[in-house]
Design a protein around this ligand. Structure first.
Ligand SMILES: [Zn+2]
Length: 176
């Protein structure tokens, strides 16, 4: 993903394909795909790893048994909600991240304002919220595997298993 000219184009063309036009339409990062050139390299990379997270979640996942009335396929999130929400808050809570710039050692449990930021705060609910949670977890895994394995070991194991055992994906990407 560092030399990302090829992934950038393949990720964009995935979302521009007619059959995927409505996929993850609530995703707050999706509109940014058309404007990647306007962002600095770290932000563009951050958006791309999130969108790649959606693709992997979609491709590796099954239609959910517990939420089969919603036509969203994805990696099973059973028993992972707490870890997924920890990661999402960690990566997206602006108050937490601003405070961390001054004090890198602070923890989310130090202040209620550092906790509880979820996809719902960006108007994603239900299946859309679950898709955001997993896309952010995969983004975090791609960005810093040790971070995800430390703060969300069960999420990391679930992603690893889903992707590494999928013959359509494990030729292209594998998680350690
Ligand atoms: Zn998204």
């Amino acid at each position: 993903m560092q030399n990302d000219s090829t992934p950038r184009e393949s990720i964009r063309s995935f979302f521009e394909a007619p059959e995927n036009k409505n996929l993850f339409s609530k995703c707050p990062f999706r509109p940014c795909l058309a404007h990647l050139h306007e962002f600095d390299a770290p932000l563009a990379h951050r958006i791309l790893t999130h969108m790649l997270g959606h693709i992997l979640d979609h491709r590796a996942g099954r239609v959910s048994a517990t939420h089969s009335n919603e036509d969203i396929r994805g990696i099973s999130q059973d028993s992972l909600n707490e870890e997924l929400r920890y990661v999402y808050n960690d990566c997206n809570n602006a108050i937490l991240n601003e405070a961390r710039r001054l004090d890198p050692g602070l923890q989310p449990y130090d202040d209620p304002k550092y906790q509880g930021f979820g996809p719902e705060q960006r108007a994603c609910y239900g299946g859309d919220a679950r898709a955001e949670l997993m896309a952010e977890a995969i983004h975090a895994y791609l960005q810093d595997p040790n971070y995800l394995k430390t703060v969300a070991p069960n999420v990391a194991a679930r992603i690893r298993h889903a992707v590494n055992t999928n013959p359509n994906l494990n030729q292209i990407i594998q998680f350690n």
